[in-house]
Design a binder for this molecule. Structure first.
Ligand SMILES: NC(=O)c1ccc[n+]([C@@H]2O[C@H](COP(=O)([O-])OP(=O)(O)OC[C@H]3O[C@@H](n4cnc5c(N)ncnc54)[C@H](OP(=O)(O)O)[C@@H]3O)[C@@H](O)[C@H]2O)c1
Length: 247
């Protein structure tokens, strides 16, 4: 691609919550945004909202629960753009009640498997499938929506602010995602692609719940910063806004 071509960003789970806000802010920077959503109606509705405020946006079907989804996304992006500059792996699920809970003694296999499916296995599969398109970008950026709850350092620290929120499936899926960030950044260290983990904050969304202190309108900051890093920016790192987090 030429440096003058409009950048293309795919945001999975971009139809609502943090993903939608991220798409909006990337779009406002002149980046073409592709909303990856499992529900066509919701995806197209999000695209219509973005277009109504002057953003170039498209929909692509993406369902983290479908093994064939990554190849279909690749085929769609390949034929429409032939490139991908930014991948925001934002789609995620939380099936546990986190606050004040430690469910290590009781969490069931279905919760563990479905959470890992969406938050980890699907992210690895989609990212691997999209790498050839990202490698065509002069400055590929991959943002993995982790969480501070994936920090093993903070979970093991006495009196840590996240000590009480011990939902094993969600937290372990985000720790695994962090490991993917580290390993993928290492594998791509001699390339133009940067890979980082983001903690957006505790955000008032369906996933974050009504008690979260951060409004969804502020939730895009970490993802957008990591999606638009310049060549000097970090890779293989874990951030909340501009603050590095301990793994
Ligand atoms: N909210 C927080 O406080 C917080 C804190 C730290 C990290 N995060 C992370 O930030 C990301 C976004 O969270 P959010 O708070 O914006 O959540 P949200 O409002 O619940 O939105 C989740 C998004 O993921 C999509 N999704 C869920 N399962 C999917 C699947 N199988 N295939 C495709 N898309 C799927 C949803 O699509 P549907 O509309 O079809 O359900 C929705 O677009 C998640 O990875 C989350 O773990 C959130």
């Amino acid at each position: 691609m030429s440096a003058l071509q409009q950048r293309v960003a795919l945001i999975t789970g971009g139809n609502r919550g943090i993903g939608f806000e991220t798409a909006k802010k990337l779009g406002e920077q002149g980046i073409k945004v592709v909303i990856g959503a499992r529900d066509q109606h919701k995806g197209e509705q999000a695209v219509a909202e973005l277009k109504a405020i002057g953003i170039t946006a498209e929909y692509v079907h993406y369902d983290a629960a479908l093994p064939q989804s990554p190849q279909a996304v690749v085929a769609a992006l390949q034929s429409r753009f032939g490139q991908l500059d930014i991948l925001v792996n934002n789609a995620g699920i939380l099936k546990e009640d986190l606050i004040g809970q430690n469910n290590s003694l009781t969490v069931d296999q279905d919760t563990l498997k479905t959470t890992f499916e969406a938050n980890f296995f699907a992210v690895v599969a989609l990212t691997q499938a999209l790498l050839p398109l990202l490698q065509r970008s002069p400055a590929g950026r991959i943002v993995n929506l982790s969480s501070i709850l994936g920090s093993q350092t903070l979970h093991s620290a006495p009196n840590s602010p996240i000590e009480a929120a011990k939902g094993l499936a969600y937290n372990a899926s985000k720790s695994a995602l962090n490991m993917f960030t580290i390993h993928l950044a290492h594998a791509l260290k001699d390339s133009n692609i940067k890979v980082n983990s983001a903690h957006p904050g505790w955000v008032k969304t369906e996933l974050g719940g009504a008690d979260a202190p951060m409004e969804v309108s502020d939730s895009w900051k970490t993802s957008v910063r990591l999606a638009t890093l310049d060549a000097q920016g970090p890779t293989g790192a874990y951030f909340h806004e501009d603050q590095p987090l301990p793994w």
